[in-house]
Design a protein around this ligand. Structure first.
Ligand code: 4AD
Ligand code: MG
Length: 437
């Protein structure tokens, strides 16, 4: 293919190249037209001098509207003022399609408008930067597990029953009057694949029908879920910590420009280092009570409750790095958790809270191994036992201590990118009030 990408231009100084892309912006002054060409890898200024091209080409270039598709031929020239160090001396321009009235102009637009035009908004500089960071978060995540002996074993999206609780399921018709549910988590299946492979992970979309309208909730989000056989709560925290360290360092290494575009304060990411504090739920409650006494938290937190967003924010602010909270009350956790043998009212669950108010990015823990206990739990949680028979088989045939977690890709990306709302971290977000485009 006869095409040079903007990202490769700095190695092509003095060469004739062909660039294929879209017109990000343009201006003209007398005998010159300045075309900002974007091709997905970057943006470069292409200078059309009237004397260097035919009159027809000059007029077309001058008249091309924002986001017209264009092909530019020209010579790569060093330019100290350019953010990428080069610009193009144009010899020819082809306007593939002339666009007019592009809806997203350089002026300010409201979020709703931009979200309605999400299919176009993703071409903008900041959105583009966020999604490139997402790419790196995913790549770093996959590499981390692949390099540490985990087998990718993806789990089904149509499932016959709940995993995280029954109130947050999307129901779908599944032939002959049967119902299926969109998965909330691949975890139960991961427990099966971990018993098959020792260490496994699933990575895919998951669905939550909770009617939360917060900056941290999507109804469809991507989750990576590792699971390890012969592993305990501490192993989960070690794994989560190493995963996060590896993501942070990859993003800092590979996405400098994007972080700059987003005006991300990278010093807070650079400060992320081992060890992450690991605090008991009891201790977290103590800290939250203190926060309330100091007037920094509106509501007084009671032992036994689940953290709200302000609680998570408060806790994470006390450390300036990610913090694990473990040993939650079993009563607020899913049916499958192992209990603390010394204090059976506690579940061996753990959350990782990201700093800067990004909240929970990892949730996981150690799974119950005992058949009788799980049968009772399934009954007490009002879950249909027949749907879980296969899961109980894992306790009948070679039950072992095992543990794992789930990390939400979008929450992690929002934190890396330093953006306010999770909706910008996925190309096409699905939320309580948004199913389009
Ligand atoms: O804490 P959660 O619900 O845990 C589970 O689903 C476990 N079964 C995972 C496991 O142990 N294999 O979800 C895990 C993570 C959260 O920490 C958060 O990062 C993300 O998934 N998450 C969401 N992200 C965006 N929107 C939502 N509505 C989310 N709910 C959870
Ligand atoms: Mg959770």
């Amino acid at each position: 293919m006869n095409q040079t990408y903007v990202a490769d231009l700095s190695e092509k100084v003095g060469e004739e190249v062909t660039l294929k892309g879209w017109l990000y912006n343009s201006r003209s002054s007398g005998k010159l037209v300045f075309l900002q060409l974007r091709d997905g890898t970057g943006i470069v200024q292409c200078v059309v001098f009237k004397g260097n091209v035919s009159e027809n080409v000059f007029e077309q270039a001058a008249a091309a509207g924002q986001e017209s598709s264009i092909i530019v031929h020209g010579k790569v020239k060093e330019d100290a003022r350019s953010p990428i160090g080069v610009e193009i001396d144009v010899t020819d321009v082809e306007v593939v399609q002339n666009a007019s009235d592009y809806p997203i102009t350089p002026k300010e637009h409201g979020t709703e408008f931009l979200m309605d035009n999400r299919h176009l908004w993703i071409r903008s500089r900041k959105q583009h930067a966020v999604l490139r960071i997402r790419h790196t978060v995913i790549k770093a995540t996959r590499d981390f597990f692949d390099d540490n002996g985990f087998i990718l074993a993806d789990t089904p999206i149509f499932t016959p029953a709940a995993c995280e609780g029954t109130t947050t399921l999307f129901e779908v018709d599944y032939f002959d009057d049967n119902k299926a549910y969109l998965t909330q988590s691949g975890q139960l299946y991961n427990e099966a694949t971990a018993a098959a492979f020792g260490k496994s992970y699933a990575f895919g979309p998951t669905f939550r029908a909770e009617k939360s309208k917060t900056r941290r909730h999507l109804t469809e989000f991507w989750m990576v879920e590792p699971e390890m056989a012969y592993a305990h709560l501490d192993d989960v925290m070690d794994l989560g910590e190493n995963l996060i360290l590896s993501i942070v360092s990859r993003v800092l290494d590979e996405r400098k420009e994007e972080l700059e575009t987003l005006e991300r304060d990278v010093s807070v990411l650079e400060a992320i280092a081992s060890p992450f504090p690991r605090i008991h739920y009891d201790k977290a409650v103590e800290m939250l009570k203190e926060g309330h006494q100091k007037g920094e938290l509106e509501n007084e937190f009671e032992w036994g409750g689940d953290f709200g967003a302000p609680d998570e924010t408060y806790l994470s602010q006390q450390f300036g790095k990610p913090v694990f909270v473990h040993h939650f009350p079993a009563a607020i956790k899913a049916f499958y958790f192992e209990r603390d043998p010394d204090r059976p009212e506690l579940a061996l669950g753990v959350d990782l809270l990201a700093p800067e108010g990004y909240g929970e990015i990892i949730g996981g823990g150690e799974r119950a191994t005992d058949l009788d206990y799980l049968e009772k739990q399934i009954e007490e949680h009002g879950l249909p036992k027949e749907s879980f028979e296969w899961y109980l088989d894992l306790r009948r045939y070679g039950s072992v201590p095992h543990a794992g977690f789930g990390m939400g890709i979008e929450r992690c990306t929002a934190w890396m990118a330093g953006i306010e709302h999770i909706r910008e971290t996925i190309p096409f977000p699905r939320m309580l009030y948004r199913l389009r485009p």
